[in-house]
Design a protein around this ligand. Structure first.
Ligand code: PMP
Length: 448
């Protein structure tokens, strides 16, 4: 047996021990997932929520904590993959939804909430000179892409390896057979030369470049500011649109990453927390592009959608953006969350443990790597496995994180919640530091 197999087997053995313990502790979740499988394939309707041996079924949430069917309580660092910004019981959000419900929920007409929410979004993201609502981040991206293709009269879409723009726009881990069959050009993230030459090579057919300012599903890998600036310059030169998918990153400060770096994309997409925790999405940008949706025009693009302006999402989103996640709160939240992420990294460095937390502020991912992660290809299968291993370890210690090793902080989170996660992490590295170091040493040797 090679050293490498020996170490990986050690990891798998420890992992399966944790999974057995997990199964023993959660009989009701197991039963629920078996029953769900009678109607839902594998008992699942959201692929991202599945993990082995079976996912926990949650029954309730309060503040920044959730409770499962078997009665365990967890600090919620899954944070609904960033949509759970407000936590589970924000009184202002709840009240807004109740008021909306009391006024009738299917009015089939414009309501006053949608225009006010649109203005609130516009004030936060001035690049969104006009916008439209839809039901999800996936929908927002699909609409931005088809709009870009139509207004440019071109067909190709440049995306980044490792990107996730929705259930049918997956470019991580080999993509997805049910992706929308657009004509994609796939570029490596943060790779200036390769990306620039792909833009040049396809310049006559390129409708747009779509980019997440932090590559989320691949492990919350931030784009370098100058990389995003390069995309702005190069797309402008060839007449392709630049689309910022800020579905997740729009919560990084008052105006998202575009606000932080002062960059104006042609189109932006939003979702996740936008509806206050209810389903919602938005796409918008340059007025000359978005005004093509103006129904007064004889040649208007049509974009219907029964629930685009549903009153509950509009009310919750408006209350959230204007009364809870105000610009001041958003900036302060970024600072507080970023300090925690930096602290976790500092502790790993001090303990000489090869784990790093990439991302920004409230969005971050654990990687097995002593160095930086710059692009999706830097994330090794072993690193992903260690993230899953820690997920199981954390669950057994009362902390829920996303099963792929992502963490999302929420507004009701306290220092005590963060300290608990930090303590669980420290006990994990106390137990497994030697194994983690050996795994990294092997990867470095294998790559050399
Ligand atoms: N874009 C990004 C960057 C995302 O992270 C997600 C969801 N994880 C989406 C788009 C799709 O959003 P939704 O799940 O609301 O369709």
């Amino acid at each position: 047996m090679t050293l490498s197999n020996h170490r990986l087997e050690q990891l798998e053995k420890a992992f399966s021990g944790l999974k057995q313990e997990f199964a023993k502790r959660n009989p009701l979740s197991l039963k629920a997932s078996q029953e769900a499988a009678r109607a839902l394939p594998g008992g699942n309707t959201r692929s991202v929520l599945f993990y082995e041996p079976f996912p926990l079924t949650m029954v309730s949430g309060q503040g920044a904590e959730v409770r499962d069917l078997d009665g365990h309580t967890y600090i919620d660092f899954v944070g609904e993959f960033s949509a759970g910004l407000y936590g589970h019981s924000d009184p202002i959000i709840k009240q807004a939804i109740i008021e909306a419900l009391e006024c009738g929920i299917v009015l089939a007409a414009p309501n006053v909430l949608e225009a006010r929410l649109a203005e609130a979004v516009q004030a936060r993201f001035p690049s969104m000179e006009r916008l439209r609502f839809c039901n999800s981040g996936t929908e927002a991206n699909i609409l931005a892409l088809v709009t870009a293709r139509q207004v440019t009269g071109r067909s190709k879409i440049l995306v980044f390896d490792g990107a996730y723009h929705g259930g049918v726009l997956v470019f991580s881990k080999g993509g997805n057979p049910i992706n929308i069959p657009f004509d994609y050009v796939i570029a490596p993230y943060n790779d200036y030369e390769a990306t620039r030459s792909l833009i040049q090579a396809h310049k006559d057919d390129l409708a747009c470049v779509i980019v997440e300012p932090i590559l989320g599903a691949a492990g919350n890998i931030p784009a370098e500011r100058s990389f995003l600036e390069m995309l702005r310059e190069e797309t402008a030169k060839v007449g392709a649109l630049l689309i910022f998918d800020e579905v997740k990153t729009s919560r990084c400060g008052a105006g998202g990453i575009q606000g932080q770096i002062g960059l104006t994309p042609d189109l932006t997409t939003l979702g996740k927390y936008l509806g206050g925790g209810l389903s919602s999405g938005a796409f918008g940008g340059r007025a000359d592009i978005m005004d093509r949706f103006d129904p007064h025009r004889p040649d208007a693009f049509r974009h219907a959608g029964t629930f685009n302006n549903n009153v509950c999402s509009m009310a919750a989103g408006l209350a959230g953006l204007t009364r809870v996640f105000t610009p001041e709160r958003a900036d302060a939240f970024l600072v507080e969350c970023e300090a925690f992420r930096v602290r976790l990294n500092d502790e790993m460095v001090a303990r000489k443990v090869p784990l790093r937390f990439t991302g920004q502020g409230s969005l971050f991912t654990m990687h097995l790597s002593p160095n930086g992660i710059r692009t999706a290809a830097d994330v090794t299968p072993t690193s992903r496995r260690v993230g899953q291993f820690f997920h199981m370890y954390a669950l057994l210690n009362g902390v829920a994180i996303a099963s792929r090793g992502d963490f999302y902080q929420s507004l009701p989170m306290t220092d005590a919640h963060r300290q608990t996660l930090r303590n669980v992490l420290v006990s994990f590295v106390d137990e497994y530091a030697e194994l983690l170091k050996a795994l990294v040493d092997q990867e470095i040797r294998a790559a050399a």
